[in-house]
Design a protein around this ligand. Structure first.
Ligand SMILES: [Zn+2]
Length: 409
């Protein structure tokens, strides 16, 4: 991903090892908590946690508080202090702990990862698959839909099931899965469905807004979809009784029920997209003859950008690239996922008249209509222009800026 951090090494050789060590050290030092001074009591707590980790996967906060009080010399005196320290260990990846709500600490991260592996790794499924759960397995394997019945089966070994609630809670918090109902979850990384734009045949669509990236781990797309379901109260759109969730495209119903948002991830390999080959794209659609309300598209743009900023924050690479460059597909048509249209960067749009230099053959880009959905000013500009045109027609418009007027018309 970053060629400056790629090192070839050889067996029984120290070739590049020195550079590799330096790179690891500098990566560690760039971590948020590196070099921070922490109270000595926290290092004592760290060793208590390490001892507990040998015997427990999960531990109650109240029991830990009791242990510390009994130990007498730790130096942590009240619950608030303990919660602050545990939050630090959560942020540095030692434990899983959400201080605000839960009384439970996940001490063994590997155990938590193993619980998720039971859901996503195919090989572990084979011995548990039988006639009674064949349909549920297919649903998970093909569509990423996990039923409670199947989860019970997948977690029947190990002691995951007794901690189901807390495991699911943290998986949701980490955007690993989305809750569709109390008995059903969506695990996007299992979804293998292929998208076809025929699904939008009877829909009015907005232009397509693209967030551009130099590199983009696929998991970010999954986490974005999950976060929209968990936090923006969106639900997968059902078409022909199936949920419209595909491998690289997801269509979610917004809270108002009539608007839907299509979220896609694209790898644009053409030379025209060399600088930013990856994009997360969003397009709004409604069933005909409904019209798209651009207040809705503007709101969604803000909310989805906020989620993307939050999700990419964990990668230091993005710090210098925030906010991400934005662009638009050059034609307004149902999202196809093919390369028969191109992305124009917002920075490259300087006039309302623009020819697309990327498509073959060349075509005129309807800049005004494209921006209408995603730029607040574009809307008011449009309405101002409409008003001005009306005034011109009634012959009562007086201004010194006649040349500007002509240009606008
Ligand atoms: Zn074009």
């Amino acid at each position: 991903m970053d060629r400056g951090r790629v090192f070839s090494v050889e067996k029984d050789s120290d070739k590049n090892m020195e550079d590799l060590k330096k790179c690891i050290a500098s990566t560690m030092k760039s971590e948020k908590h590196w070099g921070e001074t922490i109270p000595i009591s926290w290092t004592k707590l760290d060793s208590i946690l390490k001892t507990l980790q040998e015997s427990y996967n999960i531990y109650l906060f109240s029991n830990l508080m009791r242990d510390i009080q009994n130990a007498n010399n730790v130096g942590i005196h009240d619950e608030e202090e303990l919660r602050t320290a545990l939050t630090f260990f959560h942020e540095t990846g030692v434990i899983l702990f959400r201080s605000a709500k839960e009384d439970i600490i996940i001490l063994n991260i590997q155990w938590f990862v193993d619980a998720f592996k039971c859901i996503i790794v195919d090989e572990t499924h084979i011995d548990k698959k039988d006639e009674s759960n064949f349909v549920e397995f297919e649903e998970l394997n093909d569509f990423g839909i996990l039923s409670s019945k199947l989860l019970t089966k997948l977690w029947s070994t190990g002691n995951f099931l007794e901690h189901k609630k807390i495991l699911i809670y943290h998986m949701k918090q980490l955007d690993m899965l989305a809750e569709l109902s109390g008995e059903m979850w969506y695990v996007p990384c299992m979804n293998k469905q292929k998208y076809s734009c025929g699904i939008l045949e009877n829909c009015n669509v907005s232009s397509t807004l693209c967030f551009l990236f130099e590199f983009l781990p696929f998991v970010l797309y999954h986490r974005l979809v999950v976060s929209c379901i968990n936090n923006l109260e969106m639900k997968p759109w059902k078409s022909t009784e199936r949920m419209s969730i595909f491998h690289t495209v997801t269509i979610l119903c917004c809270q108002d029920v009539t608007h839907r948002v299509l979220i896609a991830i694209c790898v644009n390999k053409e030379h025209t997209h060399r600088t930013y080959p990856y994009s997360i794209e969003i397009q709004i659609n409604v069933t005909k003859p409904r019209e798209i309300d651009n207040r809705m598209t503007l709101k969604l743009k803000v909310r989805i950008s906020q989620i993307l900023v939050k999700l990419t924050r964990v990668f230091p690479f993005y710090e210098k690239q925030n906010p991400f460059p934005v662009g638009y597909r050059c034609k307004i048509k149902p999202f196809s996922g093919n390369s028969d249209d191109h992305i124009i960067k917002e920075d490259d749009i300087s006039a309302l008249e623009l020819d697309c230099a990327k498509c073959m053959p060349v075509h005129v880009v309807d800049v005004k209509s494209i921006l209408y959905f995603w730029q607040d000013g574009a809307d008011s500009e449009k309405s101002t222009m409409k008003k001005k045109n009306r005034e011109i027609l009634t012959g009562c418009w007086r201004t010194k800026k006649k040349s500007t007027m002509k240009k606008n018309i």
